[in-house]
Design a binder for this molecule. Structure first.
Ligand SMILES: Nc1ncnc2c1ncn2[C@@H]1O[C@H](COP(=O)(O)OP(=O)(O)O)[C@@H](O)[C@H]1O
Ligand SMILES: [Mg+2]
Length: 189
């Protein structure tokens, strides 16, 4: 099978499983993942932190935001370009900022305060699946591959997923950017 087809098949399989999670499973597992994150020294050292506003059954990283704001961190979330495929930006998200849904149904800040990828210290990356070599499978838009290719090489890229999304080995192509670590409810992979 072609890599593109293999990826598509895996996306279907894993999303089907992930979408069966109950709201309580999502909150419990997300709370454990966020507890691990709070213990990471590299997160404590980071100032510009990009995460995301959870879509569907993704790990709910938004419960970490009040903690980050309290610590004086700058929180950024991705905003997809309306026209250009695979293009997204990092925008500031401050407490109380108004949100709206984009054309994918993903929440985004109404007022876009864009920060350059090279200025970001730490990125929490959602995904459909990750493997033990920290490879990532996304929804198929290539948004994170392009975005992460524009960050500094020392920027920490940490994938967030439930243990059920971890596979032995993902099919990858040269443009797929690997993570520096992956955290599930069972801890650091
Ligand atoms: N660095 C990049 N620059 C431009 N387009 C890219 C880049 N990386 C990926 N893409 C586009 O995204 C498409 C999907 O990539 P893929 O890795 O399958 O998706 P995902 O990472 O979301 O699972 C690619 O076929 C390509 O067109
Ligand atoms: Mg990819």
């Amino acid at each position: 099978m072609e890599i593109v087809q293999k990826k598509q098949e895996l996306r279907k399989q894993i999303l089907q499983k992930r979408n069966c999670l109950f709201a309580e499973d999502i909150s419990l597992k997300s709370a454990r993942i966020v507890d691990y994150l709070k213990q990471m020294p590299i997160l404590a050292k980071a100032q510009m932190i990009m995460a995301y506003l959870p879509f569907a059954s993704e790990v709910d990283v938004a419960i970490l935001f009040p903690y980050l704001w309290q610590q004086g961190k700058t929180v950024l979330v991705p905003v997809c370009d309306n026209e250009k495929k695979s293009v997204m930006y990092a925008c500031r998200y401050q407490q109380g900022d108004r949100l709206q849904k984009d054309h994918y149904g993903i929440w985004e800040p109404v007022n876009k305060k864009v920060v350059l990828p090279v200025d970001i210290d730490f990125i929490l990356v959602p995904g459909v699946a990750f493997d033990k070599k920290y490879h990532r499978l996304g929804y198929g838009g290539g948004y994170y591959d392009l975005f992460l290719s524009q960050t500094r090489k020392e920027t920490q890229k940490i994938g967030l997923a439930y243990a059920m999304q971890i596979t032995e080995e993902l099919p990858v192509r040269c443009e797929d950017i690997a993570m520096d670590g992956v955290i599930t409810e069972d801890g650091l992979l």
